[in-house]
Design a protein around this ligand. Structure first.
Ligand code: HEM
Length: 249
């Protein structure tokens, strides 16, 4: 268990009517591309799906083309590369987990595609009863934000393994092999959002929620329609019952 519980943030995608903030997702993508992608893969995300973030087909094509994708061995057995196209997936920064671990003090940086769900901690009784109705799903993004903003000096007398960094929000131990990846100003935003560790962490957490659950908005909208339908159906069933079982004099 983590030593500290993540702070619960206000996410635009929370609640039964929640939607993603496109501008925030675009900023999060920028943070992933410029910072996290140096170590973390995003294996399950195809470039074409970035149109969900509000990008045009042309912009998606241009974005994909910035990546080099392995296109298979040529006649001499050498791997050759080609520019990415929208149907490609984000290429991983390392060849395989062994290489990833070797470059990071033995701890392979995990794939981030489903991280927001993988660390979507559930809350204990009685809160989880209400969470069913409010569709509370924000434990994962809260965790990612807390982890990225939560690095500190180890408290007096606490020894941590060499090559690890103290972070009381880390789910598995008191320190982890990832050095604090963000610092103020390292990613520039063009929409006026603050260029701070806190803002970067919010944006990358929201972006990773989208990669983990790209159909969240559809799910919530369908859920609402279903609830309205069920209420109407319940009223009709009640009236039917009243009429069928009514006393006839
Ligand atoms: C682990 C996010 C950048 C190396 C993790 C974890 C998350 C994460 C959520 C998993 C924590 C857990 O298991 O609960 C991010 C984000 C980044 C970023 C959002 C960009 C803002 C980086 C960079 C590096 C890196 C640039 C390499 C220089 C690692 C390693 C681990 C890790 C080695 C495994 C740590 C361990 O299990 O001890 N990261 N990361 N990360 N990350 Fe990152």
């Amino acid at each position: 268990y983590p030593l500290e519980h993540p702070e619960e943030m206000d996410w635009s995608f929370a609640g039964p009517l929640g939607t993603y903030d496109r501008g925030q997702l675009q900023r999060g993508l920028k943070v992933y591309k410029q910072v996290c992608s140096a170590c973390h893969s995003l294996d399950l995300v195809a470039f074409r799906t970035l149109s969900d973030l509000g990008y045009s087909e042309e912009q998606v094509k241009a974005f994909a083309a910035e990546y080099e994708i392995e296109a298979g061995p040529d006649n001499d057995g050498n791997m050759y590369m080609r520019p990415g196209i929208p149907s490609d997936y984000f290429p991983a920064p390392f060849e395989n987990p062994e290489q990833a671990a070797a470059s990071n003090n033995g701890a392979a940086p995990p794939d981030l595609s489903l991280m927001a769900k993988a660390r979507g901690i559930t809350r204990g009784f009685p809160t989880f009863v209400f969470d069913i109705f409010t569709q509370y799903q924000e434990g994962g993004p809260d965790y990612i934000h807390a982890l990225l903003t939560g690095y500190e000096e180890p408290p007096e007398g606490v020894e941590i393994p060499a090559g690890t960094y103290y972070n009381p929000y880390f789910a598995n131990a008191a320190s982890l092999a990832m050095a604090p990846p963000l610092s103020d100003g390292i990613v520039s935003y063009d929409d006026g959002a603050p260029e701070t560790v806190d803002q970067y962490s919010r944006d990358i957490a929201a972006f990773l929620m989208w990669t983990a659950e790209p159909k969240l908005e559809d799910r919530k909208q369908t859920g609402l329609v279903v609830m309205v339908f069920l209420v109407i159906l319940a009223v009709l069933v009640f009236l039917t019952k009243k009429s069928v079982y009514a006393r006839k004099h």
